[in-house]
Design a binder for this molecule. Sequence first.
Ligand code: F6R
Length: 366
Amino acid sequence: EKGGYRHFMLKEIYEQPRALADTIAGRALVEEGDVYLEDLDLDDAQLAGLEKIFIIACGTSWHAGLVGKFYLEKIARVPVEIDIASEFRYRDPIIPANSLTILVSQSGETADTLAALREAHGKGGKTLCICNVVDSSIARESDGIIYTHAGPEIGVASTKAFTTQLVALYLLALKLGRIRRSLSAADCQARLADLLELPRKLEETLELDAEIEELAREFVNARDFLYLGRGNLYPIALEGALKLKEISYIHAEGYPAGEMKHGPIALIDEDLPVVVLVPRNSTYDKVVSNMEEVCARGGQVIAVVSGDDEELLDKVAALISVPTVDEDLLPIITSVPMQLLAYYIAVLKGTDVDQPRNLAKSVTVE
Ligand code: F6R
């Protein structure tokens, strides 16, 4: 049932090109420059009139929501507030009439996310879930649904569910962008063409496997890890750190690269591996200078870059090179090395990768 893989987690990491293709299939209307989402339960006038979007989730799904905020604000120009379900549900949130609350949940059974959905409904808000399990509680109670077609995810650490959530949020942003006219049909066409290329690029990214397994050996004895990213890659820094903590039990923190100098830089020494997400994008120069501050203090930088970034080669301890993609798709592509690094470190540590201690696949109690 693991299809020849040693763990479900590795199998699921490798299923991502297929999972992404299935999540995109039938929804990308390339010729029209539009997106079809079958079960939104909101008509075009309601979508055009949205004044605010809330995204609510837990854990890895919350990280997907953080990227979703970037997509929706940049492409559809709707203000987005994002919160953790266990925070949102107890803070008596203000839910305006023309708002939409999006619940992101792989299982559709997470107790706090379900309670947040009920809170939004109770206040008269419209709801939409991004969910992987058909007919789950959250799917049943939401007004609209965008299913991710990741297929069953068995490993406790979420991988393919996360990257398909990112695709679903991206498709939603494109759809809203078209309806609200902040995105032209031509731009939408170009974005969809790039999106359709993504499964193949992910396939290419998986070829990093052996190299990352090797890298894991070098860093397996570290006590702590720091992950840095900016903009839409800050959530990927958080996700990289979460993957590492939950399956290898190594303490890890994700941080916005620009916040380093406000405290965490004090932690940097020769024993601290720092994963820096620094592919070519609009904040490249900023992140390079944050990275140089880490190098200057002896930190061991593992840089995730696009293509062969020779400029950085002699500055860092290790370079992980991902295929070049549009900057809005970088969160998806850079998730793969985050997953593989955590996976191989955990395997070397001999932990129970698919069933890490103290964790459950779906958290149905608060
Ligand atoms: C981490 C992980 C958890 C879940 C969280 C929410 O790898 O799997 O953080 O993301 O428990 O679960 P869902 O998405 O099922 O609501």
